[in-house]
Design a protein around this ligand. Structure first.
Ligand code: HMG
Ligand code: MG
Length: 308
């Protein structure tokens, strides 16, 4: 069997996309057994070697909140100069300070579209989260860093249920207004469907946030992630978050399962003739290697089909 699909473009779609790899952060943050730092370092280096242009490496969050990533400083130190341009999550000024001490140049804040998840994930009310982010982003920008902003629970929330599109847009615009360069719209629990994606991107456009400032971040809980990517492509979004091997979940959102697998995304984009720059064979080898470390097979259909 071919290791690549036949290429049949769909007219009107973007000709190239950027894959923003979150496997080392979103993928590993939920793992109960601690993954040794040298394995994380090799994972990041292999993801970069596979051609992924943006590899989010870790989080500078409170170590008791996410024990798996308590080794963030050690990982970034081991990565050295290679690590300086890799994005890392910072929730607040303390996290930013830790990133600045290491000379990192790209951070990401992460907000919530809902009150309940803001409290559960950040220990802040919906409004208080922006007060926490404001000085964080301002200081990051003053120091010359690039800042990405995530917004979670854009398509549904396990505690609050449906999340109105207008509420998501309002939260996203507030995050961008703080000075973030890009907004990643998170379907944290994977409940979104294609029409919802179309409506959300259109609502952002109507609010003055064009698709070039958006990224889409899908979890594949209900198997909708690639259909949602297709809706995003048709709406003109050209950055997609994905996790090698489909690792992932959020420790503070119980119903969150793995992210869209990067291999599944690469197969899909390749078939559409959309440039992404990633070598699928080395990516599958990396996810197969990581699955061996984690002691269970990858949930990615493409890794299962090609990985042996
Ligand atoms: P808090 O307990 O309210 O913190 O937690 P605080 O500000 O009250 O500070 C308490 C103590 O923690 C202080 O120490 C601080 O210095 C320290 P003390 O003075 O008592 O000795 N502290 C820190 N230490 C190290 N690093 C820090 C830090 N901040 C404070 N950054 C906090 C608030 C935001 C820190 C906490 O809630 C937290 O760490 N949350 C992170 C949760 C998380 O990582 N969730 C997963 C990522 S989000 C996600 O996965 C979704 C996404 O993928 C998109 C999607 O799918 O939707 C992005
Ligand atoms: Mg996520």
């Amino acid at each position: 069997m071919s290791a690549l699909p036949m290429v049949v473009p769909e007219p009107g779609l973007p000709t190239a996309v950027t894959i923003y790899e979150v496997g080392a952060r979103d993928g590993l943050q939920n793992e109960k057994a601690l993954v040794p730092v040298e394995v994380k370092e090799e994972f990041v280096r292999r993801l970069l070697a596979a051609g992924l242009p943006l590899v989010e490496a870790t989080s500078f969050v409170h170590p008791t909140w996410v024990p798996q990533l308590a080794d963030a400083a050690e990982l970034m130190t081991r990565l050295g100069e290679v690590g300086r341009d890799l994005p890392v999550l910072v929730p607040n000024e303390r996290g930013l300070d830790r990133a600045l001490e290491l000379g990192l140049r790209h951070v990401a804040i992460f907000g919530s579209a809902t009150e309940t998840f803001a409290r559960k994930n950040l220990n802040r009310s919906f409004d208080e989260q922006f007060a926490m982010f404001e000085p964080t982003v301002a200081r990051a920008r003053e120091a010359g860093l690039d800042v990405r902003a995530y917004v979670s629970m854009c398509f549904g929330d396990p505690w609050e249920g449906a999340v109105p599109v207008d509420q998501v847009v309002a939260a996203g615009v507030r995050l961008l207004d703080l000075g973030a360069s890009q907004l990643s719209l998170g379907d944290t629990i994977g409940v979104g469907t294609a029409g919802h994606v179309t409506a959300l991107v259109a609502a952002f456009t109507a609010a003055g946030v064009t698709p070039d400032r958006l990224a889409l971040h899908f979890h594949d809980t209900y198997g909708q992630a690639l259909s949602n990517v297709q809706a995003g492509l048709r709406a003109g979004v050209t950055t997609y978050d994905a996790s090698a091997g489909g690792l992932g979940g959020c420790p503070y959102a119980e119903s969150a399962t793995g992210n869209l697998a990067t291999e599944d995304l690469v197969w899909f984009l390749t078939g559409l003739g959309i440039e992404h720059g990633v070598d699928l064979t080395s990516l599958v080898a990396t996810s197969t290697w990581m699955a061996g470390h984690l002691g269970r097979p990858s949930p990615s259909a493409v890794v299962r089909a090609l990985g042996g």
